[in-house]
Design a protein around this ligand. Structure first.
Ligand code: HEM
Length: 432
């Protein structure tokens, strides 16, 4: 019998560039694996699809960082985001039922499928304006010029942040995405400014409500209960935060995957420019889609193949439990590796193949269970509109760097490119 190959190094530069071989090893040899994270915290990584789905739906795995028992350092920090209970941190992704149930029900009354559908023309307009900004140049950095500004302007519009203030958000969000994670230095200042702005905006909307999501959040009530000022600010903040870098990465990783899989890209391009409903956004509900609706299945497959959220956000065991043959101790942090689960050969046929026509695709890219992504319909719409616009308006788009030269941001939770240099034949203006 031959010994298995040695365990791969995690969290290195190579791993950030292509974590999938390491995840394949873990799935096979150590599917629930205790490791030391770069922050020094010890956590369990869950990499098989069946275990991941089970963990995401397990009520004994709490989202509340207070359940973590890692000893704090001299300054009371443990390296777990949100554990200091800053005002903005008591949001959906850090709380459990019954608070989670109440807040999720309230936000769902404002964040409705109808509101999202009505927002589609605005997303198209923003997308076109951004492409207009670089189409004549023949080259662009698609992260900086496109993937990054689109979601931030979209979510600001949806929330009701006035146009003249949206560039401030762009700056604060830029600071957060560049320096990621921990609430330190410039990031802490940006979070503070954003919070001050949101609290103020909520007060203004209370006095003078509009048609926007923040006014909707203030109006939403459930059995006579409303969101408190702090809850509304935390909610606005999580919508911005959860909806921003994720969508940047969907557009960035998705475009990168298309540009490095020319046959698949050509298939999608043909269906967008030649076939029925060219450029149309369809199949917004669920993973399946109607006949000929390749754009919708393509975006789901891009989410599965190289999704924006590499690991689901933190969970903590509230009692000892067994998972994948391991004993998880009370207080232990558990990270569910969505990127690994979505390449599990036990669940997906040819998991390492990008197949935009894949129909049976129950990927975990939006999570699973009670914390399933609230913004999935908006993300799908933005992803579909953005990719369709790039492929139809810049038909000979190509990478302007070798794929292996591109740098990935090294964060734990998200997976995304720092830059995506491309070139194409310059286009003077969209005649339509
Ligand atoms: C939750 C993925 C876009 C709002 C989640 C979770 C995932 C996810 C995996 C669950 C995390 C966990 O269980 O630990 C994504 C991806 C997106 C995306 C891949 C883009 C492609 C958005 C957008 C919004 C949004 C555009 C809102 C504007 C949220 C919220 C939660 C969430 C509020 C927390 C839900 C809860 O705890 O009940 N998302 N997301 N997301 N997402 Fe998204």
């Amino acid at each position: 019998m031959t010994a298995p190959p040695p365990a791969p190094d995690l969290f290195t530069w190579e791993f950030a560039t292509d974590p999938y071989p390491a995840y394949a090893w873990l799935r096979e040899h150590a599917p629930v694996h205790r490791t030391r994270l770069p922050s020094g915290v010890e956590a369990w990584l869950v990499t098989r699809y069946a275990d991941a789905r089970q963990a995401l739906a397990d009520a004994r795995l709490s989202k509340n960082p207070a359940h973590h028992d890692e000893p704090a350092d001299a300054r009371g920090r443990t390296g777990i985001p949100g554990e200091r209970k800053a005002e903005l941190m008591t949001h959906l992704l850090n709380i459990d039922p019954p608070d989670h149930t109440r807040l999720r029900r309230l936000v769902s009354k404002a964040f409705t499928p109808r509101r999202i559908a009505a927002f589609e023309p605005r997303v198209r307009e923003l997308t076109d304006r951004l492409v207009d900004g670089f189409a004549a140049k023949g080259e662009a950095d698609l992260i900086h010029d496109f993937a990054f500004p689109l979601p931030i302007y979209a979510i600001c519009d949806l929330l009701g942040v006035p146009a003249e203030d949206q560039d401030d958000f762009r700056d604060w969000a830029g600071m957060m995405i560049r320096h990621g994670g921990g609430p330190r230095g410039g990031v802490a200042r940006s979070v503070k400014k954003m919070r001050g702005y949101l609290v103020d905006l909520i007060e203004r909307k209370r006095a003078d409500p509009g048609d926007d999501l923040i006014s909707g959040l203030i109006r939403a009530s459930d059995h006579g209960e409303h969101l408190s000022g702090n809850e509304a600010a935390a909610m606005a903040f999580i919508l911005l935060f959860a909806g921003f870098e994720t969508t940047v990465n969907l557009i960035g990783n998705g475009t990168f995957a298309l540009l490095t899989h020319p046959e698949q890209r050509a298939l999608l391009q043909r269906s967008l420019t030649g076939g029925e409903g060219a450029g149309g956004v369809g199949g917004g509900h669920g993973n399946g889609s109607g006949d000929g609706d390749l754009l919708a299945t393509a975006v789901e497959e891009l989410l599965r193949f190289d999704g924006p959220v590499e690991m689901a956000t933190w969970r903590f065991a509230t009692e000892p439990l067994r998972l994948g043959g391991q004993n998880i101790g009370r207080g232990d942090p558990v990270l569910v590796v969505l990127a690994a689960a979505d390449r599990d050969p036990a669940r997906f046929d040819r998991p390492d193949t990008l197949d935009l026509t894949r129909r049976e695709n129950p990927h975990l890219g939006y999570g699973h269970g009670i914390h399933y992504c609230l913004g999935a319909p908006l993300a799908r719409m933005e992803g579909q509109i953005a990719l369709a616009a790039l492929l139809t308006r810049l038909p000979d788009l190509e990478l302007a760097a070798a794929p292996e030269e591109l740098r990935w941001r090294g964060g734990l939770i998200m997976r995304g490119l720092r830059t995506l240099p491309v070139s194409f034949s310059p286009v003077v203006r969209n005649a339509g």
